[in-house]
Design a protein around this ligand. Structure first.
Ligand code: F6P
Length: 327
Protein backbone atom coordinates (compact mmCIF):
# COMPACT_ATOMS: atom_id res chain seq x y z
CA UNK A 1 0.00 0.00 0.00
CA UNK A 2 1.19 3.50 -0.78
CA UNK A 3 0.58 6.74 1.07
CA UNK A 4 -2.91 8.16 0.87
CA UNK A 5 -3.60 10.28 -2.21
CA UNK A 6 -5.44 13.56 -1.66
CA UNK A 7 -5.19 15.47 -4.95
CA UNK A 8 -5.24 13.88 -8.40
CA UNK A 9 -3.75 15.23 -11.62
CA UNK A 10 -4.99 13.94 -14.97
CA UNK A 11 -3.33 14.35 -18.35
CA UNK A 12 -3.60 13.11 -21.92
CA UNK A 13 -0.34 12.36 -23.69
CA UNK A 14 0.98 11.12 -27.06
CA UNK A 15 -1.29 10.93 -30.11
CA UNK A 16 -4.87 11.96 -29.35
CA UNK A 17 -7.51 9.25 -29.57
CA UNK A 18 -11.31 9.55 -29.76
CA UNK A 19 -12.71 8.82 -26.31
CA UNK A 20 -9.98 10.64 -24.38
CA UNK A 21 -12.50 13.33 -23.44
CA UNK A 22 -14.97 10.74 -22.17
CA UNK A 23 -12.15 9.34 -20.07
CA UNK A 24 -11.12 12.73 -18.65
CA UNK A 25 -14.76 13.29 -17.73
CA UNK A 26 -14.90 9.93 -15.93
CA UNK A 27 -11.67 10.60 -14.01
CA UNK A 28 -12.75 14.09 -12.95
CA UNK A 29 -16.26 13.12 -11.87
CA UNK A 30 -15.20 9.94 -10.06
CA UNK A 31 -12.44 11.83 -8.27
CA UNK A 32 -14.89 14.53 -7.14
CA UNK A 33 -17.39 11.87 -6.07
CA UNK A 34 -14.69 10.24 -3.94
CA UNK A 35 -13.82 13.56 -2.34
CA UNK A 36 -10.53 14.32 -4.12
CA UNK A 37 -9.46 17.61 -5.59
CA UNK A 38 -8.66 17.09 -9.26
CA UNK A 39 -6.43 19.03 -11.65
CA UNK A 40 -6.14 18.92 -15.42
CA UNK A 41 -2.58 19.07 -16.71
CA UNK A 42 -2.45 20.67 -20.15
CA UNK A 43 -0.56 19.19 -23.14
CA UNK A 44 0.55 16.03 -21.37
CA UNK A 45 3.83 16.14 -19.48
CA UNK A 46 4.59 19.48 -21.12
CA UNK A 47 1.98 21.14 -18.90
CA UNK A 48 3.67 19.71 -15.81
CA UNK A 49 6.91 21.34 -16.86
CA UNK A 50 5.28 24.61 -17.91
CA UNK A 51 3.05 24.74 -14.82
CA UNK A 52 0.00 24.77 -17.06
CA UNK A 53 -2.32 23.07 -14.60
CA UNK A 54 -5.98 23.89 -13.96
CA UNK A 55 -8.38 22.92 -11.22
CA UNK A 56 -11.24 20.85 -12.59
CA UNK A 57 -14.83 20.92 -11.40
CA UNK A 58 -17.74 18.81 -12.51
CA UNK A 59 -18.79 21.46 -15.04
CA UNK A 60 -15.26 21.59 -16.51
CA UNK A 61 -16.03 18.29 -18.21
CA UNK A 62 -19.62 19.06 -19.25
CA UNK A 63 -20.58 18.42 -22.87
CA UNK A 64 -17.38 16.61 -23.85
CA UNK A 65 -18.33 12.91 -23.79
CA UNK A 66 -19.19 13.04 -27.49
CA UNK A 67 -16.17 15.04 -28.67
CA UNK A 68 -13.01 13.77 -30.35
CA UNK A 69 -9.58 15.23 -29.54
CA UNK A 70 -8.89 16.14 -25.93
CA UNK A 71 -9.86 19.26 -23.98
CA UNK A 72 -6.60 18.88 -22.04
CA UNK A 73 -4.69 18.93 -25.34
CA UNK A 74 -1.78 16.57 -25.85
CA UNK A 75 1.87 16.53 -26.78
CA UNK A 76 4.92 14.32 -26.96
CA UNK A 77 7.28 15.97 -24.45
CA UNK A 78 11.01 15.37 -24.96
CA UNK A 79 12.05 17.36 -21.88
CA UNK A 80 10.19 14.95 -19.62
CA UNK A 81 12.70 12.32 -20.67
CA UNK A 82 15.43 14.24 -18.80
CA UNK A 83 15.88 14.12 -14.98
CA UNK A 84 15.85 17.94 -14.87
CA UNK A 85 12.55 18.05 -16.75
CA UNK A 86 10.91 15.54 -14.45
CA UNK A 87 12.14 17.40 -11.38
CA UNK A 88 10.61 20.62 -12.65
CA UNK A 89 7.35 18.77 -13.27
CA UNK A 90 7.40 17.31 -9.78
CA UNK A 91 7.92 20.72 -8.20
CA UNK A 92 4.91 22.10 -10.04
CA UNK A 93 2.79 19.22 -8.76
CA UNK A 94 4.09 19.57 -5.21
CA UNK A 95 3.28 23.26 -5.16
CA UNK A 96 -0.40 22.32 -5.45
CA UNK A 97 -0.21 19.19 -3.34
CA UNK A 98 -0.99 16.89 -6.29
CA UNK A 99 0.08 13.46 -5.07
CA UNK A 100 -1.49 11.03 -7.55
CA UNK A 101 -1.54 10.98 -11.37
CA UNK A 102 -3.73 9.46 -14.06
CA UNK A 103 -2.05 9.28 -17.45
CA UNK A 104 -4.18 8.62 -20.53
CA UNK A 105 -1.91 7.70 -23.42
CA UNK A 106 0.19 5.04 -25.11
CA UNK A 107 3.29 3.08 -24.24
CA UNK A 108 5.66 6.05 -24.50
CA UNK A 109 3.54 7.94 -21.98
CA UNK A 110 3.59 4.96 -19.60
CA UNK A 111 7.36 4.73 -19.84
CA UNK A 112 7.60 8.35 -18.66
CA UNK A 113 5.08 7.69 -15.87
CA UNK A 114 7.00 4.71 -14.61
CA UNK A 115 10.31 6.57 -14.35
CA UNK A 116 8.60 9.57 -12.75
CA UNK A 117 6.80 7.48 -10.17
CA UNK A 118 9.99 5.66 -9.18
CA UNK A 119 11.90 8.93 -8.80
CA UNK A 120 9.30 10.92 -6.87
CA UNK A 121 7.01 8.47 -5.14
CA UNK A 122 3.88 9.75 -6.86
CA UNK A 123 1.49 6.89 -7.67
CA UNK A 124 0.78 6.79 -11.40
CA UNK A 125 -2.12 4.97 -13.02
CA UNK A 126 -2.07 4.49 -16.80
CA UNK A 127 -5.11 4.28 -19.07
CA UNK A 128 -4.50 2.97 -22.59
CA UNK A 129 -5.51 5.71 -25.01
CA UNK A 130 -4.22 5.05 -28.52
CA UNK A 131 -5.81 4.27 -31.85
CA UNK A 132 -3.06 1.71 -32.50
CA UNK A 133 -4.15 -0.89 -29.87
CA UNK A 134 -0.50 -1.85 -29.41
CA UNK A 135 -0.55 -2.31 -25.65
CA UNK A 136 -0.56 -5.61 -23.78
CA UNK A 137 -2.86 -6.25 -20.83
CA UNK A 138 -6.08 -5.02 -22.38
CA UNK A 139 -8.49 -6.17 -25.07
CA UNK A 140 -9.28 -2.56 -25.94
CA UNK A 141 -7.53 0.78 -26.08
CA UNK A 142 -9.48 4.03 -26.15
CA UNK A 143 -9.84 5.27 -29.73
CA UNK A 144 -9.17 2.06 -31.62
CA UNK A 145 -12.80 1.24 -32.31
CA UNK A 146 -13.54 4.75 -33.58
CA UNK A 147 -10.41 4.79 -35.76
CA UNK A 148 -11.26 1.45 -37.32
CA UNK A 149 -14.83 2.55 -38.00
CA UNK A 150 -13.55 5.74 -39.62
CA UNK A 151 -11.22 3.65 -41.79
CA UNK A 152 -14.07 1.30 -42.74
CA UNK A 153 -16.31 4.18 -43.76
CA UNK A 154 -13.55 5.58 -45.96
CA UNK A 155 -12.63 2.21 -47.50
CA UNK A 156 -16.28 1.43 -48.29
CA UNK A 157 -16.41 4.70 -50.21
CA UNK A 158 -13.19 3.85 -52.02
CA UNK A 159 -14.71 0.49 -52.96
CA UNK A 160 -17.52 2.31 -54.79
CA UNK A 161 -15.14 4.26 -56.98
CA UNK A 162 -12.81 1.25 -57.40
CA UNK A 163 -15.77 -0.72 -58.71
CA UNK A 164 -16.98 2.09 -60.97
CA UNK A 165 -13.59 2.46 -62.67
CA UNK A 166 -12.33 -1.14 -62.39
CA UNK A 167 -9.41 0.16 -60.40
CA UNK A 168 -7.07 -1.44 -57.94
CA UNK A 169 -6.70 0.59 -54.76
CA UNK A 170 -3.89 0.54 -52.25
CA UNK A 171 -5.12 2.13 -49.02
CA UNK A 172 -2.71 3.09 -46.29
CA UNK A 173 -4.07 3.23 -42.76
CA UNK A 174 -2.33 4.36 -39.56
CA UNK A 175 -0.19 2.11 -37.40
CA UNK A 176 3.49 2.87 -37.12
CA UNK A 177 4.39 -0.26 -35.21
CA UNK A 178 1.12 -2.15 -35.12
CA UNK A 179 -1.14 -3.61 -37.77
CA UNK A 180 -4.43 -3.77 -35.88
CA UNK A 181 -6.16 -0.94 -37.71
CA UNK A 182 -5.12 -2.51 -41.02
CA UNK A 183 -6.15 -6.00 -39.98
CA UNK A 184 -9.54 -5.09 -38.56
CA UNK A 185 -10.49 -2.56 -41.22
CA UNK A 186 -9.13 -4.80 -44.01
CA UNK A 187 -11.15 -7.83 -42.94
CA UNK A 188 -14.26 -5.72 -42.38
CA UNK A 189 -14.09 -4.22 -45.88
CA UNK A 190 -13.18 -7.40 -47.74
CA UNK A 191 -9.63 -6.44 -48.70
CA UNK A 192 -7.67 -8.90 -50.87
CA UNK A 193 -4.41 -8.26 -49.04
CA UNK A 194 -3.51 -6.75 -45.70
CA UNK A 195 0.10 -5.79 -45.06
CA UNK A 196 1.17 -5.24 -41.46
CA UNK A 197 4.41 -4.58 -39.56
CA UNK A 198 4.05 -7.77 -37.51
CA UNK A 199 4.46 -9.98 -40.59
CA UNK A 200 7.19 -9.75 -43.21
CA UNK A 201 5.64 -8.70 -46.49
CA UNK A 202 6.17 -11.12 -49.36
CA UNK A 203 5.58 -8.68 -52.21
CA UNK A 204 6.06 -11.30 -54.96
CA UNK A 205 3.44 -13.57 -53.46
CA UNK A 206 1.02 -10.66 -53.26
CA UNK A 207 1.71 -9.61 -56.86
CA UNK A 208 1.20 -13.21 -58.10
CA UNK A 209 -2.10 -13.40 -56.31
CA UNK A 210 -3.23 -10.06 -57.78
CA UNK A 211 -2.19 -11.24 -61.26
CA UNK A 212 -4.24 -14.36 -60.79
CA UNK A 213 -7.22 -12.23 -59.71
CA UNK A 214 -6.69 -10.05 -62.80
CA UNK A 215 -6.91 -13.17 -64.97
CA UNK A 216 -10.16 -14.12 -63.25
CA UNK A 217 -11.39 -10.56 -63.79
CA UNK A 218 -12.11 -10.01 -60.12
CA UNK A 219 -14.20 -6.86 -59.86
CA UNK A 220 -12.69 -4.98 -56.94
CA UNK A 221 -9.16 -5.27 -55.59
CA UNK A 222 -8.31 -3.52 -52.35
CA UNK A 223 -4.93 -3.75 -50.66
CA UNK A 224 -4.84 -2.34 -47.12
CA UNK A 225 -1.38 -1.41 -45.85
CA UNK A 226 -0.40 -0.31 -42.35
CA UNK A 227 1.88 2.74 -42.55
CA UNK A 228 4.56 0.84 -40.63
CA UNK A 229 4.62 -2.19 -42.92
CA UNK A 230 8.20 -3.34 -43.55
CA UNK A 231 7.83 -2.90 -47.31
CA UNK A 232 7.45 0.84 -46.84
CA UNK A 233 3.81 1.90 -46.77
CA UNK A 234 1.15 2.56 -49.40
CA UNK A 235 3.19 4.52 -51.94
CA UNK A 236 5.93 1.88 -52.13
CA UNK A 237 3.42 -0.94 -52.48
CA UNK A 238 1.51 1.00 -55.15
CA UNK A 239 4.73 1.58 -57.12
CA UNK A 240 5.55 -2.13 -57.27
CA UNK A 241 2.01 -3.09 -58.25
CA UNK A 242 2.10 -0.54 -61.09
CA UNK A 243 5.37 -2.00 -62.36
CA UNK A 244 4.31 -5.62 -62.16
CA UNK A 245 0.71 -5.25 -63.27
CA UNK A 246 0.91 -2.78 -66.17
CA UNK A 247 -2.70 -3.44 -67.14
CA UNK A 248 -4.04 -2.48 -63.76
CA UNK A 249 -5.31 1.02 -63.11
CA UNK A 250 -3.75 1.59 -59.70
CA UNK A 251 -4.51 4.37 -57.21
CA UNK A 252 -3.02 4.92 -53.77
CA UNK A 253 -5.00 6.56 -50.98
CA UNK A 254 -3.43 7.50 -47.64
CA UNK A 255 -6.13 7.90 -45.02
CA UNK A 256 -3.85 9.60 -42.47
CA UNK A 257 -5.08 11.70 -39.59
CA UNK A 258 -8.80 11.48 -40.32
CA UNK A 259 -8.48 8.24 -38.34
CA UNK A 260 -7.53 10.16 -35.20
CA UNK A 261 -10.49 12.55 -35.10
CA UNK A 262 -14.25 12.44 -34.83
CA UNK A 263 -16.88 11.53 -32.30
CA UNK A 264 -16.04 8.38 -30.34
CA UNK A 265 -18.12 5.26 -30.92
CA UNK A 266 -20.32 3.80 -28.20
CA UNK A 267 -17.62 1.24 -27.40
CA UNK A 268 -14.93 3.89 -26.97
CA UNK A 269 -17.16 6.04 -24.73
CA UNK A 270 -18.01 3.01 -22.66
CA UNK A 271 -14.48 1.72 -22.11
CA UNK A 272 -13.24 5.28 -21.52
CA UNK A 273 -15.85 5.75 -18.80
CA UNK A 274 -15.11 2.39 -17.17
CA UNK A 275 -11.34 2.86 -17.28
CA UNK A 276 -11.50 6.44 -15.98
CA UNK A 277 -13.61 5.34 -13.04
CA UNK A 278 -11.34 2.36 -12.34
CA UNK A 279 -8.19 4.51 -12.41
CA UNK A 280 -9.46 6.69 -9.57
CA UNK A 281 -10.53 3.60 -7.63
CA UNK A 282 -6.97 2.28 -8.09
CA UNK A 283 -5.52 5.40 -6.48
CA UNK A 284 -8.06 5.15 -3.68
CA UNK A 285 -7.04 1.52 -3.05
CA UNK A 286 -3.37 2.50 -2.90
CA UNK A 287 -2.28 0.91 -6.18
CA UNK A 288 0.74 2.30 -7.98
CA UNK A 289 2.34 1.94 -11.40
CA UNK A 290 -0.42 -0.07 -13.01
CA UNK A 291 -2.32 0.27 -16.24
CA UNK A 292 -6.05 -0.19 -16.12
CA UNK A 293 -7.28 -2.46 -18.91
CA UNK A 294 -10.27 -4.59 -19.80
CA UNK A 295 -9.82 -8.30 -20.45
CA UNK A 296 -12.80 -10.58 -21.11
CA UNK A 297 -15.05 -7.67 -20.16
CA UNK A 298 -13.58 -7.35 -16.66
CA UNK A 299 -11.22 -4.73 -15.32
CA UNK A 300 -7.63 -5.92 -15.47
CA UNK A 301 -4.52 -4.36 -13.92
CA UNK A 302 -1.12 -4.70 -15.54
CA UNK A 303 2.16 -3.36 -14.11
CA UNK A 304 3.15 -0.37 -16.24
CA UNK A 305 6.46 -1.95 -17.24
CA UNK A 306 4.64 -4.93 -18.73
CA UNK A 307 2.19 -2.71 -20.61
CA UNK A 308 5.16 -0.76 -21.92
CA UNK A 309 7.23 -3.60 -23.25
CA UNK A 310 4.79 -6.22 -24.41
CA UNK A 311 2.94 -5.97 -27.68
CA UNK A 312 -0.19 -7.91 -28.47
CA UNK A 313 0.21 -10.85 -30.83
CA UNK A 314 -1.47 -10.97 -34.22
CA UNK A 315 -3.52 -14.14 -34.64
CA UNK A 316 -2.34 -16.39 -37.50
CA UNK A 317 -5.93 -17.51 -37.88
CA UNK A 318 -7.02 -13.98 -38.72
CA UNK A 319 -4.42 -13.83 -41.48
CA UNK A 320 -5.69 -17.15 -42.81
CA UNK A 321 -9.24 -15.78 -42.83
CA UNK A 322 -8.09 -12.84 -45.01
CA UNK A 323 -6.69 -15.26 -47.63
CA UNK A 324 -9.73 -17.51 -47.69
CA UNK A 325 -12.31 -14.75 -47.85
CA UNK A 326 -10.53 -12.75 -50.56
CA UNK A 327 -10.76 -15.55 -53.14
O1 F6P B 1 0.17 6.38 -32.27
C1 F6P B 1 -0.91 6.83 -32.98
C2 F6P B 1 -0.50 7.28 -34.35
O2 F6P B 1 -1.64 7.78 -35.00
C3 F6P B 1 0.20 6.24 -35.21
O3 F6P B 1 -0.69 5.31 -35.81
C4 F6P B 1 0.89 7.12 -36.21
O4 F6P B 1 2.01 6.50 -36.76
C5 F6P B 1 1.33 8.29 -35.37
O5 F6P B 1 0.44 8.35 -34.28
C6 F6P B 1 1.34 9.60 -36.10
O6 F6P B 1 1.83 10.58 -35.25
P1 F6P B 1 1.79 12.14 -35.56
O7 F6P B 1 0.37 12.59 -35.37
O8 F6P B 1 2.71 12.73 -34.54
O9 F6P B 1 2.24 12.31 -36.95
Amino acid sequence: MNKKVTKIGVLTSGGDAPGMNACVRAVVRTALFEGYEVYGIMRGYQGMLDDDIIKMESRSVANIIQRGGTILKTARCKDFMTPEGRKKGYENLRKRGIDGLVIIGGDGSFRGAQIFSNEFDIPCIGIPGTIDKDIAGTDFTIGFDTAVNTAIEAIDKIRDTADAHDRLFVIEVMGRDAGYIALHSGIATGAEHILIPEKKTNINEMVDSLLEKERRQKLVNLVVVAEGDDFGGGNEVGKVIREKLPNADVRVCILGHIQRGGAPTCLDRLIASRMGYAAVECLKEGRDNVMVGIVNNRMHYTPLDHAVKAKQKISEEWLKIVKILAS
